[in-house]
Design a protein around this ligand. Structure first.
Ligand code: DGY
Length: 322
């Protein structure tokens, strides 16, 4: 009997057809997330699950009697309860590498958009308000030659650092659990302790994954220490930041602005005060969302799942389960 895979995300036909050469495939094609109860009721029939947002915890794993692999179509896997996965012996995979450049491009979009006020001024022109030369109240801030502090220097942070150093001649520092000495030599970026980096940067980019340890890593104390001219950029996960503390800092003018691709609640609540602020650029979690990269991620997730079902070691097992 063929193995069966359930895919709870929209998936391109070519990826689906590739999977169908080896396994039976059922898909959830709605753009809305598959209802949790429906997933719990059906997961027992499947050997593989390809997902991006479903919570993979004891409740699901206890019902997933045949499940051999859960393959996330994203690099972040904060939807996985890693301890529950360890107990279950289900293989868990994700999609690193293929999205690094794409997310780094978007991060530069956020840096430029917030500092140069691009969305706000686009709106200004389209509303017909441009009737004289722009003056100080509409001026932005320079990006080139400024100090960029990256919190969490993983693969994506590295790609951003490259763009910042080579393209914008920025002074780049980073804080990370482990030093990246090779990168320091190669690019001329410097390690800095967290508190110093927060105090001195003109742009702070948050790139740490969401874990129990990083939850609300950037809170009131960090926002208190930032420069008044600092732009805060988050393209990792919303809950690494205490959003209420960020809202206070922005409302009280304690920082200059923010560029946000992620929020504590997604999709963001339309009443979230951040959506009313001209100095905040907001995006709907689109770091990796280009047609090319999302297709590559889906192929990668399919490959990981097939490898696991064929008893081969998948290319990208999450590091805690290796
Ligand atoms: C990821 O892959 O974790 C990204 O956040 C998805 O866009």
């Amino acid at each position: 009997m063929n193995k069966r895979i359930l895919i709870t995300e929209p998936i391109p036909e070519n990826v689906k057809n590739h999977l169908k050469e080896q396994v039976e495939v059922d898909t959830w094609d709605s753009p809305d997330q598959m209802p949790r109860q429906q997933l719990l009721d059906t997961i027992g029939d499947y050997h593989g699950l390809i997902t991006a947002k479903d919570k993979i915890d004891d409740e699901l794993l206890n019902k997933a009697k045949k499940l051999e692999v859960v393959s996330n179509i994203s690099v972040g896997y904060d939807n996985f309860d890693v301890e529950a996965l360890k107990r279950s012996h289900v293989i868990a995979t994700h999609t690193p590498y293929v999205l690094d450049e794409t997310v780094a491009d978007l991060i530069f979009g956020l840096i430029l958009s917030s500092a140069r006020r691009i969305p706000e001024l686009d709106h200004y022109v389209k509303q017909g308000k441009w009737n004289k030369a722009v003056d100080l109240p509409l001026f932005g801030r320079n990006v080139h030659h400024k100090k960029l502090g990256i919190v969490g220097m993983g693969r994506i942070g590295e790609k951003v650092a490259r763009r910042a150093k080579l393209g914008f001649e920025m002074d780049v520092t980073y804080y990370n659990r482990s030093r990246k000495e090779q990168l320091e030599k190669e690019l001329g970026v410097n390690f800095q302790e967290f508190d110093e980096l927060i105090k001195e940067s003109d742009f702070i980019l948050l790139m740490t994954p969401l874990t129990k340890q990083t939850y609300h890593l950037i809170g009131e104390k960090a926002f208190e220490s930032m420069k008044e001219t600092c732009f805060f950029i988050n393209a990792s996960r919303g809950a690494v930041v205490d959003e209420d503390a960020m809202i206070d800092a922005l409302q009280e003018g304690r920082i200059a602005g923010a560029g946000l691709d992620v929020f504590e609640q997604e999709p963001v609540d339309p009443k979230n005060p951040l959506l009313k602020m001209n100095n905040v650029v907001t995006l709907p979690h689109i770091g990796s969302a280009t047609a090319e990269t999302r297709e590559e991620m889906k192929f990668f997730a399919a490959k990981n799942a097939l490898q696991a079902l064929n008893k081969e070691k998948p290319d990208a097992v999450i590091k805690e389960l290796q």
